[in-house]
Design a protein around this ligand. Sequence first.
Ligand code: 5GP
Length: 193
Amino acid sequence: MNKGLLVVLSGPSGVGKGTVLKEFIKDPDLKLAYSVSMTTRQQRPGEVDGKNYFFVTREEFEESVKKGELLEYAEFVGNYYGTPLKTVEMLREMGKNVLLEIEVQGCIQVRQKCPDALTIFIVPPSMKELEKRIRGRNTEPEEIVQQRLAKANREMEMIGQYKYVVCNEDPKLAADIIRVIIKRHMETTESNA
Ligand code: 5GP
């Protein structure tokens, strides 16, 4: 059995990564498994521990870093986020294509450790539209919204780090494009095996 692909999905906060992801993650042909990250950020209403994230304290997170348990990690707007290495490896060994929904610094670390990773960056149709989407979420104070917007602008400058850039004008269409990209890579990997 071929080892599964490592698929990295990034994009600025508010671009709609979650909505796009929901459209393709359950497609059985893609054999995807979502990697649940660890974070020190506060749980948002509706989020489930162990499903959306593993919510941990800073001490717990730092302990995992020390023990080398993370494939990558980064600090984002005052909180840590990281990918548990063991689960990713186990799923890939089982032939699953593992999907990481992470920010740019994390993607750079993944590329260093795994140059074959399939990296995809989702962009908004415009920065104005992005601001509207971030404000529309209405879950965070203005100070955090401003930090996320500043971060989004910096992240947009990093699209050169990615193999593919997909615009999320329409989530269904963006998901279809991503589906094609993943399938194509699966075929290439199979034919090289
Ligand atoms: P949010 O707080 O909106 O859930 O996530 C903030 C940012 O952290 C998003 O850009 C998201 O992609 C990123 N992120 C989530 N999990 C991880 C992770 O495990 N590692 C890294 N580097 N970034 C992550």
